[in-house]
Design a protein. Structure first.
Ligand code: DC
Length: 221
């Protein structure tokens, strides 16, 4: 039987690394849905598009096949490898113009649904349990306080030897939450049947084990 684990939550809650590890342990495919929105923004920047030129942004989504290879570790659009580019601060900031475009969402949601048809998957994003895979066998809403999420991000940047300002990072986290939660189409929202997990005081392995237990029907909360 094909199984679908949907993991949603705000930026910085640890969805990506947790989902990747859950998928690895269960031998499911890991799908990073946010990477698809990021690809549209990266290509729009390459083309020098105005953020308000919604028709041109939509055209990118219509004309570029997006490939999430090797469990989403290699990300390509129209055959162009964008793996590193989509993580740049510039692309991160511009991605909201793809994510807030209802027509682009329709296209990407359809492609995401198709990926989950033939193999068991762990897919993470913002609207996976509510819109993309409403019949997922297991839904998780992964959360953490904005200050914990900002501190995690701050620690990552400092660990790379780069300068960081905790207050600015916290503000960026709050801004992104607001953009994600107030989007008219596909907003970040906990599905009624999702299990809520606050990871603020949990260790990484605890979160992974708990999700696997929930997906195996061993835990209900
Ligand atoms: O998870 P992420 O930070 O890589 O996502 C990048 C952006 O895409 C983020 O601003 C939210 C948006 N996104 C979305 O709207 N729907 C999804 N299913 C996944 C991401």
């Amino acid at each position: 039987m094909i199984k679908q684990i949907a993991i949603d939550g705000p930026a910085g809650a640890g969805k990506s690394s947790v989902a990747k590890m859950v998928a690895q342990k269960l031998n499911y495919l890991f799908v990073d849905s946010g990477a698809m929105y990021r690809c549209i923004a990266a290509l729009a920047i390459r083309k020098g598009l105005d953020q308000n030129d919604t028709a041109a942004w939509l055209d990118i989504a219509l004309t570029h096949k997006i490939d999430l290879e090797d469990n989403s570790t290699i990300v390509k659009a129209g055959g162009i490898d964008l793996t590193d580019e989509i993580r740049s601060p510039e692309v991160t900031l511009a991605t909201r113009f793809a994510a807030n475009n209802p027509e682009i969402r329709k296209i990407l949601v359809n492609r995401q649904r198709q990926i989950g048809q033939s193999v068991s998957i762990v897919m993470e994003g913002r609207d996976i349990g509510t819109v993309v895979l409403p019949n997922a066998t297991c839904k998780i809403y992964l959360d953490a306080s904005s200050s914990v999420r900002a501190k995690r991000r701050y620690d990552q940047i400092i660990a790379k030897g780069l300068p960081a300002n905790l207050q600015e990072i916290h503000q960026a986290v709050v801004d992104r939450d607001s953009s994600d939660k107030n989007r008219k189409v596909g907003p970040l929202k906990q599905a009624d049947d999702a299990v809520y997990l606050d990871t603020s005081d949990m260790l990484f392995d605890e979160v992974v084990d708990k999700i696997i237990a929930i997906s195996n029907g061993q835990l209900n909360d």
